[in-house]
Each structure stands twice: as C-alpha cells, then as structure tokens.
Ligand binder design. Structure first.
Ligand code: ASP
Length: 346
C-alpha cells in the first residue's frame, strides 16, 4: 500500500530552518483543498486530463485564496472554494456526484467553524445544487447540526437555496461507473456474504468509481480555522447509506486550538476511526504536530482495512496533505500566493 505525505508549506531548506528554530512562524493565512483520494494512476491519465483537473483545482483554490487575502473568513473561503468543485463534473460532489444502486444521486456535506466549534451537515439530499451551502445554512440558521433527506430539502427551500431537478446530477461517466460496479456485483452474487468477497468487491468499487469527494481547510487573517467536505458518497450505495463526509469528527473537523481537516476515502473506515477529530485530539492532548498526528490516524485507518487521505491546516498555517492511496487530487496556497498542485503519490 502506498503512503503519500506531502508537506505543502515549505521547501526542504525551509523545513530544516524551522527544525533548527524553536520559534514557530505563523502564516497570515493558508488554504488547502482535495478533490478525492483513490487509485489515481499516471498510466490511466492523459496530459489533457491532468491539465483539466489541475486547472479546476487552481480555479477553485484561487476563489478561497482571494477571499482570505482580502480579509474574508475561513468559513467563506471554504464554502466558496467547495462551490467551484461542486459545480464541476470532474469531482464526486454536486454536479459530478456518483450514482446510488437505484441510479439516483444522494449528496452529503459538512462544514465546521474552528472558532466557535459550530458545525452544520446534511445527508442524502437529491435536489440541493450545492450541499455545502445547505451545511452552512444549517450551521448558521438552525439550532441543529445535521439534517437528512426530505427534511433537509424542506429547510434548504425555506432558506432560499438553489434547488435543481435530480436529473441535474446526471453525468454519463458516473452512470458508466455504476454499471461497471453492478456488473462486478452480479459476478460476485452469492459470495458477498464472506468477508473476503465483500472486501474484494469494495476494493473494486473504490478503484473504479469512488474518488472525487471534495474538501477544503483554511486559516484566515483573524486566526480562525474552518473546514468543509462535500460528496456524492460511494458508487452503488444503498439503503440510505451515509459516509463520513457529513459526520463531524470523521469527514470534517475544525478547532482553533489545533487544526482544520477534511477527509476523503472509504467512509465506513473513516467513521470508525473518527479520523478528523482524532487528528485534532492527538495534537490537543498529546502535543503531536499536524503531520505526525495525520500519519498516526491514517495508519489506524489502514490497519482497519480502509484507505483514503486528508488535507489539513494547523493554527500556524502549516498545511499537510496525507494519503495512503496511489493518488489524491490536491492543491494548496500560502499567504505569498504560492500554489502547489498534486495528483499522484510523488
Ligand atoms: N468518503 C466518501 C464516502 O465514503 C467518499 C470519498 O471520499 O471518496 O462517502
């Protein structure tokens, strides 16, 4: 299994300098995004495809960067950056959401404010164009943290959010993925009751269809952290399945005392490992730095049998992208406007 770790903030020379210095230099602001982790292999990509992904990641992060540079809040930066990726068919969120077994699209999202520890999340919506907007509205305008299904959609309507016909989420690519997964499932029929057959099936699913969830973590000029995540979940999901993305503490977590995190990967494992909160807790209770804490928690996920990754920024503006898959679409920008974009584990 691959293990990718990218310190998004410093050159190696700068890193050594920091290690020698006991003083931690705080960045004015910082922003990091992911567009999903999974089996993303160079041999399956073309230079044209890479360029399209990179351009979309750049367009998205520029939106958040500009908000932060102009003194806006990390919450706004996270939300508006995610909006760009939700509106792109490239990612498994909003317009590019994967299909359920019933050939519908059910979307999940969450957002968290590191200053107040307020949070909002929505699960299983089918008509809300930008689920991260709904998560934000739930946080800002309701006494609740999480809403699901029809109720969440009623609230979205009351809030004046943009609603779309469910057919808006149709993309041919995602339907083809569903059909491939279903064909594989039919092949395995009668065998999925054994754990290994189940794991093999999910592995196929992950490799073929699952990456593309989007997320963002940011630090603003006021020292406030925020994180958000938006997804269509897992191809072929059934029975109202909800993954980690809308679960505060698994898919998303932010706390000004530690860091802001957005996860992507095999949701069932990320829920069980409580990935995002666990990283923050290791920093809070054990004094680990963000990179160490992220590695410990992703190791825990791998030991359980899951895979995926996280992007995160700590209270000093240090950014980390960590993943145990062959790739994770990602980008970061620091307060000097320096952009880093990555796809593979290199
Ligand atoms: N974590 C998401 C889920 O399990 C999927 C992903 O990140 O690719 O719903």
């Amino acid at each position: 299994m691959f293990f990718g770790c990218v310190d998004q903030t410093k050159t190696s020379e700068q890193k050594n300098n920091t290690e020698l210095s006991s003083e931690i230099k705080k960045a004015e602001f910082a922003i990091i995004i992911h567009g999903g982790a999974g089996t993303i292999l160079k041999q399956n990509m073309t230079p044209e495809k890479e360029a399209v992904y990179e351009a979309t990641l750049e367009a998205a992060i520029q939106v958040g960067y500009t908000i932060l540079k102009n003194g806006g809040t990390s919450l706004d930066a996270v939300q508006k950056t995610i909006n760009v990726m939700e509106d792109s068919p490239l990612f498994n969120a909003g317009k590019g959401a994967v299909f359920t077994n019933a050939e519908t699209n059910e979307l999940d999202a969450s957002i968290m404010d590191g200053k107040t520890l307020n949070a909002g999340a929505s699960a299983g919506t089918t008509t809300v164009k930008n689920p991260i907007d709904l998560a934000r509205a739930i946080m800002d305008n309701s006494p609740h943290v999480m809403m699901a299904g029809v109720g969440a959609e009623t609230f979205a309507k009351e809030q004046g959010l943009t609603l779309v016909d469910p057919s808006y989420f149709y993309t041919e690519n995602r339907l083809n993925s569903l059909q491939r997964v279903k064909a594989k499932e039919a092949e395995k029929k009668g065998k999925v009751d054994t754990e290994s057959a189940l794991l093999e099936f999910y592995d196929f699913d992950i490799q073929n269809a699952k990456f593309g969830t989007v997320g963002c973590a940011a630090l603003d000029k006021n020292g406030n952290l925020a994180a958000g995540t938006s997804t269509g979940g897992m191809t072929n999901k059934r029975y109202g399945r909800v993954g980690d993305a809308p679960i505060i503490g698994s898919g998303t977590y932010a706390n000004n005392a530690t860091c802001a995190i957005s996860s992507t990967g095999w949701g069932e494992y990320f829920i069980r490992a409580q990935v995002a909160h666990d990283i923050s807790a290791l920093m809070d209770y054990k004094g680990l730095d963000l990179k160490e804490a992220s590695k410990v928690v992703l190791d825990k996920v791998a030991k359980l049998g899951g895979d995926g990754g996280i992007v995160a920024v700590d209270k000093h503006g240090k950014m980390v992208a960590e993943f145990n898959t062959s790739g994770m679409y990602r980008a970061s920008m620091n307060d000097k406007g320096e952009l880093t974009i990555g796809i593979y584990n290199d």
